[in-house]
Design a protein around this ligand. Structure first.
Ligand SMILES: *Cc1c(COP(=O)(O)O)cnc(C)c1O
Length: 453
C-alpha cells in the first residue's frame, strides 16, 4: 500500500517512509491510497477475541506486505496488555473507557503501537532515531511511556516548566533510560517553536530527528482498532449499525473512526463533539472554514484546538483539498460529510452539568468524556436509538480536583497514577532559547547521533 500527501505535491511513499518522516515534504499529511475491506459478518466473528487479537486482525489488513504478520502479532500483544472496558449505562448505551493504559489516556493506544512499528522499522534499516516531542502534558507522557526501553530510539520531551500538572510531569520524568525530560522556562508554544527549529536545522541532520506527534500515520491507523472492537463486542447481527460519540480536538480520533467506516465498519453516525473551540461544527454547518484564534481555554484542556491538524485528512477523505494553514483549495462533499457526521460544540457549563447528571446514574466522567456524552444525548433527542458508544479518553483520576468539585466524588486513582508518585524524578531545566536546547541535544546526542547498530 502506498501513502499520498494531503497537499498532493509530494510523491507517494511506502509505509516505512510515512512512518519515519511523519510529515510529507510538501507539509501535507499522509493517507493510505485505498482501504482494505472487512465485512460486518467478519467483524462480528471476532467477538471472542481479545483487544490485542482484534488489533492484529485490523492492522494486518492495513499493513499487509509492510510488516511480517508474526512480528505484528507480537507488537499488538505487547502494546495492548490492558483492559478496554465497555461500560453499559442503559440499554444500547455504552461508554468505552480508553483510559486503562500506562498513562491513563487514550493516547496510549496510538503511541504504544507506533513506538513498536518505528523500533521494528529502524532495526530493519539498522538505524537509530531521536524523537523530539513538545507537549502540554498528555502527549508527552503517552509518547515517553510508549517508547520507553525501545532500543533504537531516544526520546527528548520538552514541556513548559510551569504549565504541566505534577502528575503529568512525573509521568515524563520518572522513566529514565532512553527517555530525557526537559523543562523549558516558557510556554507550550515556545517548546513547539524550539522543536520546529531543530527539525529545520541542517547542523542537526545527522541526529536523525523524528517526531511522534498526532499527525503521524503510524499513530492514526492503530486508533481505528477500538471502533472495530466495540462493534465486534456489542453488535448481534451483521445488519446492526452503531453510533460513536467522539470527544475531539485535533480530530485524530475522529479521523481514525472515519477510516474504520471506509474499511467497512457499519457506523450509522459519528457524533463529533468539541468544546467551545467550535471551528469543526461551524464548518459542517456553513461549508466554509474559519479557525478559532486564539484557541479557547476550556475544562477539557486536551481539546483546546483552534485549527485541528487532522482536518486536512478528513477533508481529503471527502474529496476536498485543504492545505496545512486551513486554506480550502477544493471544497469537500459537505452533504456526504453531514450524512456521516453530526458535529456540535459543548460549552463548559454543559460539560459540568453533564458530569453532574451522569454521576447521579453512577456514570463517572471527566471533562473530555463528558463532552462526548453530552453530544450523544443531544443526538439521541433528534434520532432513533440503537447501539451507541460514547468514548471516554482519560481516566477521571487524571483530573482529581475538577471531578471532585463537580461530582463530589474523589475518583479512585488509576493504578499507573498511584505507581508514579513513588518514583524518583530526573529532568533538567533550560532557558527558553533555541541555542540552549541545541547545546543540550548535542551533549546527550553525542553518543547516538547517526550511529548505526
Ligand atoms: C488528545 C485528547 C483528545 C482529543 O483527541 P483528538 O484525536 O486530538 O481529537 C481528547 N481527550 C483527551 C483526554 C486527549 O488527551
Amino acid at each position: 500500500m502506498k501513502y499520498y500527501s494531503t497537499n498532493r505535491k509530494s510523491e507517494m511513499v511506502s509505509f516505512d517512509e510515512a512512518l519515519l518522516h511523519g510529515i510529507a515534504p510538501d507539509r501535507g499529511l499522509y493517507l493510505p491510497e485505498n482501504f482494505p475491506n472487512v465485512s460486518a459478518e467478519e467483524i462480528i466473528s471476532w467477538k471472542g477475541k481479545t483487544y490485542a487479537e482484534i488489533a492484529f486482525e485490523v492492522m494486518k489488513r492495513l499493513l499487509e506486505g509492510d510488516i511480517p504478520e508474526d512480528k505484528l502479532k507480537e507488537m499488538c500483544e505487547q502494546a495492548y496488555n490492558f483492559e478496554v472496558p465497555l461500560e453499559k449505562v442503559s440499554d444500547g448505551n455504552y461508554v468505552m473507557r480508553l483510559d486503562r493504559g500506562p498513562t491513563a489516556s487514550f493516547k496510549d493506544f496510538a503511541a504504544r503501537l507506533m513506538a513498536r512499528l518505528m523500533d521494528y522499522t529502524l532495526k530493519q534499516k539498522k538505524e537509530h532515531a531521536n524523537i523530539l516531542v513538545a507537549t502540554s502534558g498528555d502527549t508527552g507522557s503517552a509518547v515517553a511511556n510508549a517508547f520507553h526501553k525501545m532500543e533504537n530510539i531516544n526520546v527528548v520531551v520538552l514541556f513548559p516548566e510551569k504549565e504541566v500538572s505534577q502528575l503529568q510531569r512525573k509521568q515524563m520524568t520518572t522513566l529514565g533510560e532512553n527517555i530525557t525530560a526537559l523543562a523549558v522556562q516558557g510556554k507550550f508554544d515556545d517548546c513547539q517553536a524550539i522543536v520546529k527549529e531543530a527539525f529545520s536545522d541542517a547542523e542537526l541532520e545527522d541526529m536523525k530527528l523524528s517526531s511522534a506527534n498526532s499527525i503521524n500515520i503510524g499513530r492514526l491507523l492503530p486508533q481505528s482498532v477500538y471502533y472495530f472492537y466495540a462493534y465486534a463486542k456489542l453488535a448481534q447481527n451483521a445488519g446492526d449499525e452503531i453510533v460513536f460519540s467522539v470527544p475531539s480536538g485535533n480530530l485524530g480520533n475522529s479521523c481514525a473512526g472515519i477510516i474504520a467506516k471506509r474499511m467497512g465498519l457499519p457506523v450509522k453516525k459519528f457524533v463529533i463533539a468539541t468544546n467551545e473551540n467550535d471551528e469543526f461544527p461551524r464548518f459542517l454547518e456553513r461549508g466554509f472554514y474559519e479557525k478559532v484564534v486564539p484557541s479557547k481555554n476550556c475544562l477539557s484542556n486536551s481539546m483546546n484546538v483552534g485549527h485541528p491538524s487532522n482536518l486536512t485528512r478528513i477533508v481529503n477523505l471527502y474529496h476536498g483539498w485543504m492545505d496545512e494553514t486551513g486554506k480550502l483549495e477544493g471544497v469537500p462533499k459537505i452533504t456526504s460529510m453531514n450524512n456521516d457526521i453530526y458535529s456540535l460544540s459543548v460549552s463548559d457549563d454543559e460539560t459540568i452539568e453533564t458530569m453532574k447528571e451522569a454521576f447521579k446514574s453512577k456514570l463517572l466522567l471527566e471533562p473530555h468524556g463528558a463532552v462526548a456524552w453530552n453530544g450523544l444525548q443531544k443526538f439521541l433527542k433528534e434520532n432513533d436509538s440503537g447501539l451507541n458508544v460514547s468514548i471516554e479518553t482519560a481516566h477521571p483520576s487524571k483530573f482529581p480536583e475538577t471531578v471532585k468539585k463537580i461530582t463530589g466524588k474523589d475518583p479512585e486513582p488509576a493504578d499507573c497514577i498511584r505507581a508514579v508518585f513513588d518514583k524518583q524524578e530526573k529532568f533538567e531545566t533550560i532557558a527558553n532559547k533555541y541555542c540552549e536546547f541545541k547545546g543540550f541535544l548535542k551533549g546527550i546526542g553525542g553518543c547516538i547521533a547517526g550511529e548505526k547498530t
